[in-house]
Design a protein around this ligand. Structure first.
Ligand SMILES: Nc1ncnc2c1ncn2[C@@H]1O[C@H](COP(=O)(O)OP(=O)(O)OP(=O)(O)O)[C@@H](O)[C@H]1O
Length: 311
């Protein structure tokens, strides 16, 4: 059996753009346009790219929330989806959302929020349910007194913990974390990231971690894929991506990481100079009028890059 818990093969998700008097399909947004990702069990894969590059659409396709235009998704070796089909929600795949303010139902108490997946999938008595929710709250570091409070009574970081408690309630195998710290203050981001990493290791979870900031995924992810305009343009281990970035866009993302460390500032300046030099040589080539990007080319075992590798 493959060691990959999740395999995404040549995934395409295109959304129709309708218009005109008869509201006919005029064109398509190629939100995801041929993405392949394999995530080994128990590891975290960082999917990084700017807003609109197709990260959330990829995550939602795995969650069964988006209809797939083409390609396949395998979970534990089992095919979840095929062309033109929306896959069903799978209890072993759970999602943590970006904004802990809007993703939790403000009218529900913590107990109801966290208990919901358990009510949907497991027949537990009220007492057993309360006990289980208390166990989950303890696991994510929230006091028992949180049980009957409402989301607005918590800070952003605590709300994200409620989201995590809900996501792990069914003991899932795969977590899709969609920018889980982007909406939080910088001061609590590291705390929430550490705590998510602890949970991931304790529960031996496999994680698809979506972020727009490469700095966020650096210490969490074994593998990183860089997404640009619906495609993966570079993929490798975290070390390969940070120490030997190949793609112009990856270099831009690294250069954009805010850092006060003097060595790193110097390194970022070097990268910026390289980017500027490479910009003229390659940019038009890889970003042509149709926004075409070339297939990933292996540099080493795991490190692959789309372009620009000019002969
Ligand atoms: N349901 C939809 N209908 C039409 N277009 C959509 C839909 N969902 C996403 N898109 C478009 O697909 C593209 C990719 O969006 P997606 O949300 O996946 O990007 P993203 O990289 O996750 O960005 P963000 O970080 O802003 O969430 C965008 O151009 C977006 O407008």
């Amino acid at each position: 059996m493959s060691n990959n818990l999740l395999e995404i093969n040549d995934l395409k998700v295109h959304f129709p753009i309708k218009g005109g008097f008869f509201n006919t399909v005029k064109d398509h947004v190629r939100a995801v346009d041929g993405v392949s990702i394999a995530i080994p069990r128990g590891t975290t894969y960082g999917l990084v790219g700017e807003s609109g590059s197709g990260k959330t659409t990829t995550g939602k396709a795995v969650m069964g929330l988006n209809q797939i235009t083409d390609g396949e998704i395998y979970f534990q070796g089992e095919k979840l989806s095929g062309k033109g089909k929306k896959i069903g929600i799978h209890r072993d795949i759970q999602m943590i959302f970006q904004d802990p303010y809007s993703s939790l139902n403000v009218r529900k108490r913590v107990f109801d929020i966290v208990a919901e997946p358990l009510k949907n999938y497991e027949k537990l008595s009220k007492d057993a349910l309360v006990e289980e929710v208390l166990r989950l709250l303890e696991r994510v570091g929230l006091p028992a007194g949180s049980l009957y409070k409402f989301p607005h009574e918590f800070s952003g970081g605590q709300r994200q913990r409620i989201g995590v408690a809900r996501a792990i309630a069914l003991n899932p195998k795969l977590i899709i974390a969609d920018e889980p710290v982007s909406a939080l203050d910088v001061s609590v981001q590291a705390q929430v990231l550490n705590f998510m990493q602890e949970i991931q290791q304790e529960m031996d979870l496999t994680m698809l971690f979506i972020a727009h900031d490469l700095g966020v995924v650096r210490h969490m992810c074994q593998h990183i894929g860089i997404m640009y305009q619906g495609r993966l343009v570079e993929e490798g281990t975290a070390d390969e991506i940070f120490n030997n970035p190949q793609h112009l866009y990856t270099k831009r993302l690294i250069a954009a990481i805010p850092d006060t460390n003097v060595d790193k500032v110097e390194r970022n300046m070097q990268l910026r100079r390289q980017i500027k030099e490479e910009y003229d040589r390659h940019f038009n080539e890889y970003l042509d009028d149709e926004g075409r990007v070339f297939p990933l080319k292996a540099i080493s075992g795991t490190h692959k890059v789309a372009l620009p590798v000019k002969g």
